[in-house]
Design a protein around this ligand. Structure first.
Ligand SMILES: Nc1ncnc2c1ncn2[C@@H]1O[C@H](COP(=O)(O)OP(=O)(O)OP(=O)(O)O)[C@@H](O)[C@H]1O
Ligand SMILES: [Mg+2]
Length: 408
């Protein structure tokens, strides 16, 4: 297989690190040829808290994927998440040179939109054009070549704490890999699970992971809003741990095996729990779990609903809500979501890949698969990137910004 057709993604999550290796086929499909996963011990709510343990998890996942694919990788697309990420919409306007919109004009108008004041410890990581407005005509996706005197753009701007992004790049580099690009995790997940029709109609993707819940709203084909809520599967498990007075690991296993987010769906079938301290076992049933899990899931969805209302997104979600991420595997959670959101809800798994697709056929792998699909899109835009050595953090970022300028 030709090296230039190989692409790799690294999802450094709060509970697991997942590495995928893919071969890009001639018809531009992503064929997954390598899969590696290892428990993540050095991350909290999307942020690195222990470099050595994170590096060790990355190395294990990468080695596994390399072994399975029979190929070595040297560069990856990486996801970024966490409460340090903030987003806003901005507007830019310029006079068009020579009365015909060119790529240079597009770049200038996006630069004008991103010239918002950002504190020194924060960095703009995405400036994604939503729509261009050419001489007051709005809703234009590609203004290149149009006759005009005035060009405006609406841009979705995402910024991150410089140190948090730097720590992720650092961990990847310490694992002897280069970072091709850093991608906001819900944008990656959206690439994997949403259809173009949903993005056009208006849809919110909600990725409920282990440490955070990442939200992205699309409408008329472009990204309208992104946000992060610091509740995830960790809180579900931690609530159960306290209610059952057991270890975190046992609470997590019980949650996965018997957990239910809807009291009326839960059964009274009993199972055993080891209590901490005495080590004695006691009986519990699914209804006990639901009395703990339902209020927490209800709280999470209510926070999401508030976020959608505050960002003026709730009135443009004709396509409904798509839930993804490992915590969505909790029984009954989609039914509860439908009740809170009062709109259609579906569970989103990665689509549109071939090869080892059965191994990634779970909401847990949406971000990893999405990173590959994002990578393919950036390649198609003609902006392949060759690493000649270790890149500085600034170089990674300028490349990152460059791609997003004309991503849509
Ligand atoms: N069958 C299941 N039922 C309920 N919860 C589950 C199930 N399987 C996994 N989970 C939960 O999913 C969470 C992990 O999800 P995921 O793999 O998407 O997280 P992550 O990507 O590591 O974290 P993050 O994206 O927040 O950094 C864990 O809290 C785990 O307990
Ligand atoms: Mg995740």
């Amino acid at each position: 297989m030709a090296r230039e057709n190989i692409m790799a993604a690294l999802d450094i999550g709060t509970t697991k690190v997942c590495c995928l290796i893919a071969e890009i086929q001639e018809d531009n499909t992503v064929e997954i040829i390598g899969f590696g996963e290892s428990p993540s011990h050095g991350m909290k709510r999307g942020v690195v808290i222990d470099v050595e343990r994170t590096v060790s998890s990355i190395k294990t996942a990468v080695e596994e994927a390399e072994m399975m694919s029979g190929t070595n990788i040297d560069a990856v697309y990486v996801g970024i998440a966490g409460s340090h990420i903030q987003s806003m919409n901005s507007h830019g306007v310029i006079a068009v040179k020579n009365n015909v919109v060119s790529d240079a004009d597009k770049e200038r108008v996006v630069d004008a939109a991103r010239a918002v004041s950002i504190p020194a410890d924060r960095e703009v990581i995405h400036a994604i054009p939503q729509e261009y407005i050419v001489d007051h005509q709005d809703g234009i996706k590609e203004p290149n070549g149009m006759k005009a005197t005035r060009l405006e753009v609406n841009v979705h701007i995402v910024s991150s704490a410089v140190s948090s992004a730097q720590n992720i790049v650092n961990c990847v580099q310490k694992s002897s890999l280069q970072v091709i690009d850093i991608v906001m995790e819900q944008i990656a997940s959206a690439e994997a699970v949403l259809t173009e029709d949903e993005k056009e109609l208006g849809v919110a993707i909600v990725d409920v992971g282990g440490g955070t819940t990442d939200i992205a709203v699309y409408h008329t084909g472009y990204i309208k809003h992104t946000s992060v809520i610091t509740i995830g599967g960790f809180q579900f498990t931690s609530d159960l741990q306290h209610a059952l007075r057991t270890s975190y690991n046992e609470a997590d296993t019980i949650k996965k095996e018997y957990g239910c987010a809807l009291f009326e769906m839960a059964t009274e079938n009993e199972f055993e729990v080891h209590t901490v301290g005495s080590g004695e076992t006691k009986k519990a049933n699914q209804k006990t779990l639901a009395t703990v899990l339902e209020p927490r899931a209800d709280e999470l969805f209510s926070l999401i609903q508030n976020d959608l209302e505050q960002s003026d997104s709730d009135n443009c979600l004709t396509g409904g809500i798509v839930l993804t991420g490992g915590s969505i595997l909790l029984e009954g959670i989609d039914k509860l979501a439908e009740r809170v959101f009062s709109r259609p809800v579906r569970i989103g798994k990665p689509i549109g890949v071939t090869g080892l697709k059965d191994m990634v056929n779970s909401p847990k792998y949406s971000t990893a698969v999405g990173l590959l699909k994002y990578g393919l899109k950036s390649r198609k835009s003609g902006k392949t990137y060759n690493f000649t050595g270790r890149k500085s953090f600034d170089a990674v970022y300028s490349r990152f910004k460059e791609i997003w300028k004309d991503y849509f």
